[in-house]
Write a protein that binds this ligand. Structure first.
Ligand SMILES: [Zn+2]
Ligand SMILES: [Zn+2]
Length: 275
């Protein structure tokens, strides 16, 4: 195992442990189904995704960044920018790409079919941050790998981006209670749990908003920002309206969902349009 893998996995498990403890001590919403059942599915699928990503992408996107550096490919390998500027620019640029990718996964019906699995979680907690269909993982890895090669992102920038992205995903999916005044201030710099939870509301207009992963700026800039759910953070329903009553899906049902479930009213062409 490479040293960057040890750093990434170590930071990932640390953030996971901190958020899991925090949401146990100070939960934002009561859970509707058994945590044990949801965690079983969510943690099994992350193990499956890790194996698939490793097999298909030759050691992950950091290996891609090393290849781009060795071959002199991509924008940054043609410029003379200082390393710190390249790192900052690469992180912001990758986050911008992921914001648009996330929108595409909502409004292109074929992509929504797979992303819908992430939204089928009926409670939101730290384990939801890793709940993605393997097909979505493969497609987003392909987009990320292409971006890394085109930009010539350095391996260091890539490791930092991966650590930030994973930590953000665990943080903003967690069921933690943060005082509203602090949340409002944090929201200018990072996507907070209260902000991302709105994206998991079963209300179509709210689902199709707050697409940001790391920084909240793209949603504010491109008109997809929702500050508060209509029914409030504790009154809103998490999940998808067309999947019926809250049930916990096991791994097999999660994998099958894109092939058997209806798409619902969600795959709207325009982010804020209501069918
Ligand atoms: Zn989404
Ligand atoms: Zn999410």
């Amino acid at each position: 195992m490479a040293s960057h893998d040890v750093i990434r996995i170590g930071s990932y498990l640390t953030v996971l442990a901190i958020m899991a403890t925090w949401e146990l001590i100070a939960p934002r919403r009561p859970l509707t189904v058994s945590k044990l059942c949801r965690w079983g599915g969510n943690l099994t699928i992350v193990l499956l995704n890790t194996v698939i990503a490793r097999l298909l992408f030759m050691g992950g996107v950091v290996a891609m960044a090393m290849m781009a550096q060795d071959q002199g490919w991509g924008l940054f390998n043609l410029t003379d920018w200082p390393a710190w500027l390249e790192i900052v620019f690469a992180i912001v640029a990758l986050d911008f790409i992921i914001y648009w990718q996330h929108q595409a996964f909502h409004y292109v019906p074929f992509l929504w079919r797979f992303h819908m699995m992430h939204h089928s979680d009926v409670d939101l907690d730290v384990s939801s941050g890793v709940r993605f269909h393997p097909a979505e993982i493969v497609m987003s890895m392909a987009i990320k790998a292409t971006s890394v090669l085109a930009l010539g992102v350095s391996p260091t920038a890539m490791v930092i981006f991966e650590i930030i992205l994973n930590a953000s995903s665990l943080f903003n999916h967690s069921n933690v209670r943060i005082p509203v005044e602090i949340d409002r201030r944090l929201r200018w710099f990072v996507v907070t749990p209260d902000m991302h939870r709105i994206h998991h509301s079963s209300d179509v207009r709210e689902t199709n908003s707050n697409y940001g992963f790391n920084v909240p700026w793209w949603d504010r800039l491109f008109g997809t920002y929702t500050a508060d759910p209509a029914l409030g953070q504790t009154g809103m329903t998490v999940g998808l309206e067309h999947l019926g009553p809250a049930v916990c899906l096991n791994l097999l049902l999660m994998l099958r969902l894109p092939f058997v479930a209806q798409l619902g009213r969600y795959a709207a062409r325009s982010p804020h349009s209501t069918p």
